[in-house]
Structure formats: structure tokens, C-alpha cells
Write a protein that binds this ligand. Structure first.
Ligand code: ATP
Length: 355
């Protein structure tokens, strides 16, 4: 069967037949919607009362739907159900919507929701990454076990807020009061360069691409080096990991093959644990690289991450594959377009999607 033409798929912008890519107005929505617009889709931002005017001010946003709070989105889903809408999720979806909200959603959804369970649980995530052969920081069950510097990660902390550097068991004991009745994880502190690698895996072609990379700029850990160690003595300075921004980075080419292998192995194992579709679309592996050029993996994010916002105009890596600006947001829209053109939309949507 011949693939339908783009005009047949996208129809007329005014006749309601046009596919609309929709997302919540925050995180990387501008990148996603600009990419969707550039690929020929109609675009929709679901904004709250504070962000509505902002999203209206961009000419590539065709429609802004205002809701009171992002948490209310599940109550508003029915108004989108009878339209040709495809939801592209980003980091705010996991912040505002529960796993159940995600699974109840029948609006066509880019991505595989089965991955969410493996990502949301730190234990399952660790199993997944270990099975993929990635190098993970050691985990300690209790303060007494600590034999090296560690980082304490409070559950539910976001953007590195509430993380604590702990030097040894004595230091841990002194903070016991702060940790009482809280859920946390004790992880080996890896001293090295943090590198966040942004990937895109296409289920249509079976090919993995490195889209871009960034390092985060965190306060105050990234500024402690500006004060000589001798001057820090007695200041009682505690490193904190609150993200204030992202910086682009390009990796030594000799280390790229390992970065690529990590992405491939994570995708391969995901197909064994999350159903045959596995992890697809955009994802990010968060690493720290030590002086012996070993990658330690802190975390995986199974969707577009905010660090890709640096590359709305493309990155050095995406330029190698595409001689045109190709953000991760645009790459998602390109995949959806290619799926429509080859009558394989279902292969890039979660199975709960009603199309
Ligand atoms: P997000 O969900 O936005 O990715 P998060 O709250 O999950 O953030 P992480 O990405 O796990 O936070 O970590 C935040 C920061 O803490 C990292 O960028 C890094 O600087 C530091 N960090 C985390 N784990 C380690 C580790 N094992 N060793 C050293 N530093 C670490």
C-alpha cells in the first residue's frame, strides 16, 4: 500500500483534521512545539493561568488551552479526546501527573508508559541499568556501612535540592536528626565531571542517535573551587546541588563510543523488561566521569530532558546527522511525521493510545 501524502495526513489547518502536537506549558514545551511546527503539525500548549500569556506570545503556538493548575490536567483530558491530538510528555508530566494518571490517559501519547514504572522506582531503575552493564555508584544500606564519601539523596527531591554530601560515618551521625523519618538513599560520591547525554531511539528505523550533551551548573558545588581550600577551612561550607542552568559540552571523541554503547544497552534491556516496544524516543543518561575516564551512571530519564533546551537550533552532534537545525523536540515531531507517512503511528505511541 502506498503511504498517504503529507497533505492527506495533516489535512487543512482549519478543518479539525490536522494533527496537533500538545504538551503542558513548561519544561521543554517551547522546544517541542517549535519542533512540531517546523515539521508541519498544529501545536497546542496546555498552560496555567501564570503561563498562558507567555505561550500565546510565540507565533508557532497555534492554540493555548488554559487550566488552573497543571495537576488538574487529568480532569481536562476528555476535551482533547475527540480531536487528532498527540501528547508529547516532558519532565513536568512526571512531576504533576501520577503513574495512574499517565496510564488512564487514552489520548495518543508519544512513548511507552511501561517504562515509567522502571524509571520511577530507584530499585527497579538500578536493576535495569545494572542489567545493561552500566557502572553504578555503590549503594549503602545504612550509615554504619559508609567507608567513603557519600551523597544522601532524599526521595522526592528534585533538581538536586535536598542532597547532602557526607564525608564519613561520624558526619552521617551528626546529620541523623535531619534524616529522621525521611526516605533517602546513600550513594557513593563520585568525584568527576557530570555529563548528561541526550539520546533519541527511533523504533521506526531501529537506530539510536546521540542528539546532544550538557553539564549542569549547580549551586554551590560548582563554585566551591573558586575559594581556595585553605580559605574554606572553618567556614562550614556544605556543598549543595541545586540546578541553576545547563552548559553545552562536547565529549572527547575517544569516549563517544562508550557513550553510544551505554545508550544501546539501555534500549536493548528495556525491550526485555518493558514489553517489546521498550524505551523509545528521547531519553537521557546522567553520568559522572572519573579521571580514569570511567562513566558512572547516576540516573536515567526516559523522556526529553531540560538540558536539550540549549540545542533548539541543533547541536554539533545533531548537525552531523541532519544538515538542518534538529532539536530533540523537532526529532520527536519528525518521528511522528515519519510514522504517519509510513502508516505506523501505533509503533511510536503507547498502547493505551486511542487513535
Ligand atoms: P533531576 O530529576 O532533575 O535529574 P535529581 O533530583 O534526580 O534531578 P540527580 O540528577 O540525581 O538529581 O543529581 C543532582 C546532582 O547531584 C548531580 O548533577 C550531581 O552534581 C550530584 N550527584 C548525584 N549523584 C551523585 C553521585 N553519586 N556522586 C556525585 N555527585 C552526585
Amino acid at each position: 500500500m502506498l503511504a498517504p501524502k503529507v497533505e492527506q495526513l495533516f489535512g487543512n489547518k482549519k478543518d479539525g483534521e490536522f494533527y496537533t502536537i500538545a504538551t503542558l506549558g513548561s519544561h521543554s514545551a517551547l522546544q517541542i512545539l517549535k519542533g512540531a511546527h517546523d515539521e508541519g503539525f498544529r501545536t497546542m500548549a496546555i498552560a496555567n493561568r501564570d503561563t498562558e500569556r507567555l505561550y500565546r506570545s510565540f507565533n508557532f503556538v497555534d492554540e493555548v488551552v488554559g487550566i488552573d493548575k497543571y495537576e488538574d490536567f487529568p480532569q481536562h483530558m476528555s476535551m482533547l479526546e475527540n480531536r487528532k491530538i498527540i501528547i508529547v510528555p516532558h519532565g513536568s508530566f512526571v512531576a504533576y501527573l501520577s503513574l495512574e494518571d499517565h496510564k488512564r490517559m487514552t489520548i495518543p501519547y508519544f512513548g511507552n508508559k511501561a517504562v515509567l514504572d522502571w524509571e520511577a522506582s530507584r530499585e527497579l531503575q538500578r536493576q535495569w541499568l545494572t542489567a545493561a552493564g552500566l557502572n553504578l555508584p555503590r549503594q549503602f544500606k545504612s550509615g554504619a556501612e559508609i567507608d567513603r564519601p557519600v551523597i544522601i539523596k532524599l526521595y522526592g527531591a528534585q533538581g538536586g535540592k535536598g542532597y547532602m554530601f557526607v564525608r564519613d560515618p561520624k558526619d552521617f551521625e551528626q546529620r541523623a536528626g535531619l534524616l529522621a523519618r525521611r526516605d533517602y538513599m546513600i550513594q557513593e560520591y563520585i568525584i568527576g565531571v557530570p555529563l548528561y547525554i541526550h539520546y533519541f531511539y527511533s523504533p521506526l528505523t531501529g537506530r539510536l542517535e546521540i542528539m546532544s550533551m550538557d553539564r549542569r551548573y549547580e549551586t554551590n558545588v560548582d563554585s566551591l573551587g573558586r575559594i581556595p581550600a585553605a580559605a574554606q577551612e572553618g567556614l562550614k561550607l556544605d556543598p549543595s546541588y541545586v540546578v541553576v542552568g545547563n552548559q553545552p559540552i562536547s565529549l572527547r571523541e575517544s569516549m563517544l563510543a562508550e557513550a553510544y554503547r551505554m545508550g544501546e544497552d539501555v534500549v536493548r534491556v528495556s525491550k526485555e523488561i518493558c514489553g517489546p516496544k521498550g524505551l523509545f524516543g528521547a531519553f537521557c543518561i546522567e553520568t559522572i566521569i572519573t579521571p580514569d575516564t570511567q562513566f558512572y551512571v547516576m540516573e536515567i530519564s526516559a523522556r526529553i530532558v531540560a538540558g536539550t533546551n540549549l540545542f533548539i537550533d541543533g547541536s554539533p552532534y545533531s548537525y552531523l546527522n541532519y544538515n538542518e537545525p534538529m532539536s530533540t523536540g523537532r526529532r520527536i515531531a519528525r518521528e511522528l511525521k515519519n510514522a504517519l507517512l509510513s502508516n505506523s503511528l501505533r509503533s511510536v505511541l503507547d498502547d493505551t493510545s486511542e487513535i
